[in-house]
Design a binder for this molecule. Structure first.
Ligand code: LLP
Length: 422
């Protein structure tokens, strides 16, 4: 291989994309342990404030083996469901390392976390009351909405007016009334105003907002500032990384100041998902057909939106590399091509109108930065099988970390005894 981004960073270790696909099948999620560890460390060291934790946001990718690595790197975790809590415990996280940021959940779901001794945050007055009823006198956290949000798409902006998330910061009196009514201890405040920013300034503003809000409560033990740290999805075109140093310094200053003025024991947390896992993954797929329709060239692949839904759901961009079947055939010429999947919808497009070398049936494609909200949002739509996941370990060797679905998996949840042997 020559001139590939993945080659420059030695992404595939001692294997080639073709060898991996030959062994594990296509499509295939491939992760790189070295990059994952590096990103964990960057988040863990975001600020110098001593009582600080980066909580990895499990929803971005809940592969058990990746969670174990993230835990080894010293991160704690946030969970959004009992399922995520369950998998985090299986990965070795202790209950006190998990923060359950709940949204519109049943009493049973709340109890699941409470019984395990896991910190729970609720994000409406109504859920605060529910919490009070089932755990009077208990510790609780609330998620606030500071009145503004950020994000790469309206669907992932979680602060401001057009969102279901958080308790409006103007509702302090109502919050205090419910806390008093049920004798609850407000031990934490958290927020998350949206996903993917490449400029830290709005986040800094949101930190100021939550810190100001926090001054209205005594006895807080922790304040969680939220996630949303972006990664450069257009890195092949030279998109710059989020500048963490200066940004981190600004946040750091605010934390030190708040702690010295209010409570020097306070713990601060952040909850990054994408930043930790997006870039340690390349999704491999195979070109199965080429077609021209009304002057547009389509490359038909096995990368349907059941495998990676982000482009379809958010018009998200992922850089694409081509690993030709016949290496010698890689032409310096580039032509526009639209890469589509094998799902029965016209919207099943991974990458539209990309300038790529002419493709051939059998070529392998690498979709970069697929580690966050890739596998975790995949599905069995069209009864397609979800792919396997493979880890390129720090020594360059590879290891299967989740097997591909089988056809039998598609029948696993049916209860009838009459399924014939197939
Ligand atoms: N904390 C909370 C409460 C969240 O809801 C989220 C993401 C995070 C932390 C982590 O955000 P991150 O650091 O990953 O931006 N599926 C979309 C992103 C949805 C994010 C949902 N919440 C995508 O593929 O872009």
């Amino acid at each position: 291989m020559t001139n590939y981004y993945t080659e420059k960073i030695n992404f595939f270790g001692s294997s080639t994309p073709k060898q991996l696909i030959d062994q594990y099948g296509s499509p295939l999620y491939v992760y790189n342990e070295r990059i994952l560890r590096q990103r964990c460390r960057e988040m863990a060291n975001f600020v110098t404030y001593p009582n600080f934790k980066a909580n990895y946001s499990t929803k971005a990718n809940s592969n058990l083996e990746l969670l174990k690595i993230i835990r080894e790197e010293g991160l704690n975790a946030d969970a959004m469901s009992p399922g995520e809590i369950y998998v985090l415990l299986a990965a070795g996280f202790r209950p006190e390392q998990i923060f359950y940021i709940s949204n519109n959940v049943s009493e049973d779901e709340m109890m699941y976390a409470i019984n395990l001794g896991i910190k729970v945050s609720v994000d409406s007055l109504s859920q605060l009351e529910t919490y009070g009823k089932i755990n009077p006198g208990g510790d609780v956290a609330i998620r606030i909405n500071p009145g503004f949000g950020i994000g790469h798409h309206e669907k992932v902006i979680t602060g401001g007016e057009n969102t279901k998330f958080g308790i409006n910061i103007g509702l302090v009196d109502d919050i205090k009334t419910i806390l008093k009514q049920y004798n609850l201890n407000l031990t934490g405040i958290n927020q998350h105003i949206g996903s993917l920013f490449m400029n830290g300034e709005p986040y800094v503003q949101s930190v100021k907002a939550i810190l100001e809000f926090a001054e209205q409560f005594d006895d807080l033990k922790y304040i969680d500032l939220g996630g949303g740290f972006g990664i450069p999805y257009k890195k092949l075109e030279g998109e710059k990384r989020l500048e963490l140093k200066q940004f981190g310094r600004k946040v750091d200053e605010l934390l030190h100041q708040w702690a010295s003025r209010n409570n020097s024991d306070i713990m601060f947390m952040i909850e990054p998902g994408r930043y930790v896992v997006a870039e340690c993954c390349v999704l491999l797929g195979t070109v199965h057909a080429l077609k021209e329709n009304a002057g547009n060239l389509y490359a038909g692949t096995d990368l349907g939106f059941n495998v990676l839904v982000r482009p379809v759901m958010y018009d998200a961009w992922h850089d694409v590399e081509v690993y030709p079947k016949d290496e010698k055939a890689l032409s310096p010429e580039k032509i526009p091509v639209t890469i589509v999947g094998n799902i029965c919808e016209s919207g099943d497009i991974v990458a539209e109108n990309r300038m790529l070398p002419p493709l051939a049936v059998g070529d392998i494609l690498g979709v970069l930065d697929a580690g966050a909200y890739g596998y975790s949002m995949s599905s069995n739509y069209n009864n397609r099988l979800r792919p396997a996941e493979v880890l390129i370990q720090s020594d360059g060797t590879h290891r299967l970390i989740r097997r591909r679905d089988t056809l039998e998996d598609l029948l696993r949840n049916f209860c009838c005894e009459t399924i014939p042997a197939l």
